[in-house]
Design a protein around this ligand. Structure first.
Ligand SMILES: Cc1cc2nc3c(=O)[nH]c(=O)nc-3n(C[C@H](O)[C@H](O)[C@H](O)COP(=O)(O)OP(=O)(O)OC[C@H]3O[C@@H](n4cnc5c(N)ncnc54)[C@H](O)[C@@H]3O)c2cc1C
Length: 457
């Protein structure tokens, strides 16, 4: 079979959206109908909602990193690297491989699913001193970092240093920030028992957000309940407050407070992958504006979904709403994107995406949780069962389900050993080092690169 004559489908990103799309293409397309290629820097699909549990040590990193090569049915060609620009006119995706080679990949159909990165603002010192909670490496790094603060505080004779190392600041009162603060507070609360020379009262967690409420999606009652649970556990919540300045040894809040700390975790929202800006097409708050069929208007064979795309939310008619950046939507959009690629390939009709939100589950660590599945408000153990049951059933493979369940049981029975691995000690640990935000081409560099390569080729 001459592979050159087969249409080439290129999927960018191996997250909820990209992997869901690839798996459906593999199932629904015969091998002779098209070649499917996936570009991804990592060899796994990360189950992001459970990331705070990796940071807190309830789960091992491997348990939420789902292999892309588990089955022989997975016939997609995988390019290990990141897309750094897409030239829609030339139908070329420029990729930086994991060995830093730049390659041009031609396509007939492209599915853009590179997800999002941590959203930052122009706050002095922020990008130099804050850690995110968006990648597996960040979660593992933060775990080591937090345990290191306990180790260093324990060893120090300086009361000021001790106090600073035992204060932690999390910015972002959405579900990612709230779960991160809750899970990490539980980590330090449990770990400090192994440090008899440390005064547990010195450990202070701050959770701050510029918004007037935590997780507004939960509604007033559950939101207040979540706050109450966290306050009872000693987390100081400040609403209507953000960061004015971040330094290596202190953080200044917008209300004037200066908090000596070595730990600033920034989870104040996400913004679409910088790859989207290289396209030079219309965006809505940075996300690529697509039709309800997930297609880019005016460009044949270009689809986008997940956190990177602004997909009209047809479940909210007349509101001009776009789907929120959640795994819930990304997983479901993946199926529609794959079906619409296949329909375009075969000359059939494409379908719109519509999904009514199923609600929210928020795991606050241990038996604490709040959930609102299908509008039903739950807290405590029932909420925790729903939260864990939901995530467990959403894990794509049986082996991941088994790993996660085993980890949960082991942690419930034996607890944590609070081991600091040191694997990432002394490596650069800024947001850009974990999220590769400076790897992308500008639209001009992209054009120059593709035109130059075509001239040579
Ligand atoms: C801590 C946390 C908790 C969350 N909890 C929930 C929750 O409880 N419920 C919920 O519904 N959602 C939750 N979310 C949001 C959810 O994880 C995202 O909405 C979802 O992951 C989006 O899916 P995606 O496929 O668009 O992006 P992702 O899953 O982020 O996947 C994007 C993929 O693209 C890859 N990539 C990035 N750039 C490139 C590039 N240039 N080239 C190639 N590949 C690239 C990335 O490595 C990644 O594999 C949470 C997010 C976080 C961070």
């Amino acid at each position: 079979m001459n592979t050159v004559t087969r249409p080439r489908i290129l999927v960018v990103g191996a997250g909820f959206a990209g992997v869901g799309c690839v798996r459906r293409l593999e199932r629904r397309l015969a091998a002779h109908e098209a070649d499917v290629t996936l570009v991804t820097p990592f060899a796994y699909q990360l189950y992001l909602p459970l990331l705070p549990q990796v940071a807190s040590g309830v789960l091992t990193p491997q348990s939420i990193a789902l292999s892309l090569r588990r089955s022989k049915r997975y016939r997609t060609r995988i390019i290990p690297g990141g897309a750094i620009g897409v030239d829609l006119d030339a139908k070329v995706c420029v990729i930086r491989t994991i060995t830093d080679e730049i390659v041009n990949e031609r396509y007939d159909y492209i599915v853009l699913a590179p997800g999002s990165i941590t959203r930052t603002f122009d706050i002095p010192g922020l990008t130099d001193h804050a850690y995110g909670m968006k990648t597996l490496a960040e979660a593992a790094y933060i775990r080591d970092h937090v345990i290191a603060q306990l180790d260093l505080a324990d060893a120090s004779h300086d009361p000021d240093e001790r106090a600073a190392r035992l204060q932690f600041v999390v910015v972002g009162g959405g579900y990612a920030g709230t779960e991160t603060a809750a899970c990490l507070q539980q980590l330090t609360h449990n770990a400090v028992k192994r440090y008899p020379r440390l005064d547990p009262a010195l450990i202070k967690w701050h959770l701050i957000d510029i918004a007037p409420k935590l997780m507004p999606e939960l509604g007033d009652k559950l939101g207040r309940e979540a706050q109450e649970i966290l306050r009872r556990r000693g987390i100081e919540i400040s609403l209507g407050v953000s960061i004015a300045k971040a330094g290596a040894e202190e953080v200044t809040f917008t209300d004037g407070r200066v908090v000596p700390t070595r730990t600033l975790i920034w989870t104040a929202g996400v913004v679409a992958s910088p790859l989207i800006a290289t396209l030079g097409e219309e965006t809505i708050r940075g996300r690529l504006a697509v039709t309800p069929q997930l297609a880019l208007p005016g460009r044949d064979g270009v689809f986008a979904l997940g956190d990177a795309a602004a997909v009209p939310d047809l479940a909210k008619p007349g509101e001009d709403a776009v789907c929120p950046p959640t795994a819930q939507h990304a997983m479901r959009q993946a199926k529609v994107a794959a079906d619409n690629v296949i329909a375009s390939l075969r000359g059939g009709p494409v379908q719109p995406y519509e999904h009514r939100d199923l609600g929210l589950v928020v795991d606050l660590g241990g038996a604490d949780a709040v959930s609102k599945p299908l509008g039903v408000e739950l807290h405590g153990l029932p909420a925790q069962l729903v939260a864990r049951g939901y995530h467990w059933s959403a894990l794509r493979t049986n082996v991941a389900k088994t790993r996660v369940l085993t980890n949960w049981m082991l942690n419930a029975i034996a607890g944590d050993d609070f081991v600091r691995t040191g694997f990432q000690a002394r490596r650069p640990a800024k947001l850009k080092d974990f999220e590769y935000t400076d790897a992308y081409l500008t639209p001009e560099q992209l054009r120059e690169h593709v035109t130059g390569a075509e001239g040579r080729g």
